[in-house]
Design a protein around this ligand. Sequence first.
Ligand SMILES: Nc1ncnc2c1ncn2[C@@H]1O[C@H](COP(=O)(O)OP(=O)(O)OP(=O)(O)O)[C@@H](O)[C@H]1O
Ligand SMILES: [Mg+2]
Length: 449
Amino acid sequence: METHDNATQKFPATAAESSTRFLFSEEPFEEVAKDSKRILNYLFRICSTRFDNWSRRVTLMTCCFHLFRKKGSSSITRLTELDIDVSEIQNVKIYTFRELRSATECFSPANKIGQGGFGAVYKGKLRNGSLVAIKVLSAESRQGIREFLTEIKVISSIEHENLVKLHGCCVEDNHRILVYGYLENNSLAQTLIGAGHSSIQFSWPTRRNICVGVARGLAFLHEEVRPHIIHRDIKASNVLLDKDLQPKISDFGLAKLIPPNLTHISTRVAGTAGYLAPEYAIRNQVTRKSDVYSFGILLLEIVCGRPNTNRRLPVEEQYLLTRAWDLYERGETEKLVDAFLDEDFNIEEAISFCKIGLLCTQDSPQLRPSMSTVLEMLLGEKDVNKENVTKPGMIFEFVEAKNAGQQKSKSEENSKTLLSEGKQDESSSSGTMSSFPTMTFTAIYDRSN
Ligand SMILES: Nc1ncnc2c1ncn2[C@@H]1O[C@H](COP(=O)(O)OP(=O)(O)OP(=O)(O)O)[C@@H](O)[C@H]1O
Ligand SMILES: [Mg+2]
């Protein structure tokens, strides 16, 4: 009969380590399953050599078998479901549900930091101590694992200092969860532009840096990533700030994770109508220039320190773009700039940023500059004064024209129309998921590039 010593010689430390790892670690089953045969052999040999009492041997073996089966069964299902060669998704960290549940203290409401159109976002602490933002995609956001992982692989391979890093995901059972780097200073929607109170002082250099950073991130997605990525949802709640107030664009590539037939996309898009280029809202034309339009709105918001829609203001000031165009035409753009800025800031630069915002929001997509040109203008490498600006495209004009059968030009009338049509959120359209039930936009998904 083989002695225990012989057994350990034949099944050395690595097998013992693998067993422990297999039974007690939270690593994905796939990673440890390759050792399974060896582990089983090892456990059975230990059982048969260590315990002279037969009933103890049987009990221990039964325990080992059940432990193995329990841990393995759900994972085996997962593997079968996955039906995907794990090597195909190298570089994508796959988290277990258990790991994320423990990181968020069972998705405790205390750790919930936001709720968007795709689902809830939780702050989490992983076992290695790192902080993450965990986005639990809602039930209808689920798509097939293969498609999901394919997109995740693309998104997580994109790295830029002005883009939020996607660390990995969880695809267990019906869960579709995204794990991002955690940004300490929340989003622009909750700080500079939102109605909520924030202790952050947004000086002109800080705002300038945020505008430039967002432009850099977007230019990278548009012009350097291959195939290029259209964000489709540039807005204040998708610009997050790190501890040094460096801006990072979030949610890029997310639209591709959502199955094409989803109705909530229409809700989501309608909820942020203030940022939507008219051709996107009306004709579903998604191009890089529709992102440029949204960026233009965001730029105006940052310089002016207010959301694109604010119903608490006098009616002629409620819509930022209308207001910006009126003041620009009258040669009074300086009135647009945030009155909270210190007196000694570079007002000329702020005015030229407003003009860039208007260039980005021109009605004709062809006239809008590319993001790399926008970046040049923001950095002062290209003279904005030489640029001719044409009238902005305003979504509510289309609605108005459709309803009234004629185009009206007075901003007051435009404002009233948008109010009656949209029932937009009280203080802001920045990142709120307010319903906007009179408009439906569908089939946006399939126009990816
Ligand atoms: N990586 C992150 N770090 C810190 N906070 C985050 C992070 N990602 C999201 N959040 C917080 O969660 C909130 C909700 O984000 P989420 O993207 O789900 O919704 P949204 O941007 O408001 O709307 P939408 O679903 O249209 O993008 C954000 O406004 C932000 O406050
Ligand atoms: Mg978001």
